[in-house]
Design a protein around this ligand. Sequence first.
Ligand code: SIN
Ligand code: MN
Length: 201
Amino acid sequence: MRTKLEIRGVEILKGYLDPQAQADMVSDIREVVRAAPLFSPETRFGKKMSVAMTSAGTYGWYTDRRGYRYERKHPSGVHWPPIPERVLAVWRDLVSAERMPDCCLVNFYREGAKMGLHQDRDEADFSWPVLSISLGDAARFRIGSVERGGTTESVWLDSGDVCVMGGEARLVHHGIDKVRFGSSSLLSDGGRINLTLRVVD
Ligand code: SIN
Ligand code: MN
């Protein structure tokens, strides 16, 4: 069943994708990963991220000691594959039919992976929202404020949930504290996929 929550301006559409749509999206992402394999980059502080990632679209999000940025090619030198049509359909439904996202970041959380509180601010135009899709194991999503520090609120993101961070909430701090490994049967070996769609330039 679809229900809608709003926490600190972040819209959370629970149950947006039904189980068949989730499974179809996983097969699309497997194709993306075949063309552009997952890698675990280093943060600008030189720490290897616990999350494995890749991208689809014109740009892929990337980080190393030179900092956070978008790149036109996967580290292997190939262009990122196109964003799957079924993923674009979610953007079209919830954000815009005129302007498509330039990047679909694919984050893969294996057992123990997490993501610290951060803002998405490597894009040129913050008037476009960030849309993210959760697939697989449930994750504890923490939402803070636009400013650093202060209180936070947390919510479980389950497989098929979609989050939209736009307007006043476009630059809120957010992160994943933990994943309840094995809580979903969508991925045969467990784990969680998060797809983040963004307009980059
Ligand atoms: C991110 O903010 O890049 C990922 C969020 C998530 O995994 O839900
Ligand atoms: Mn983010």
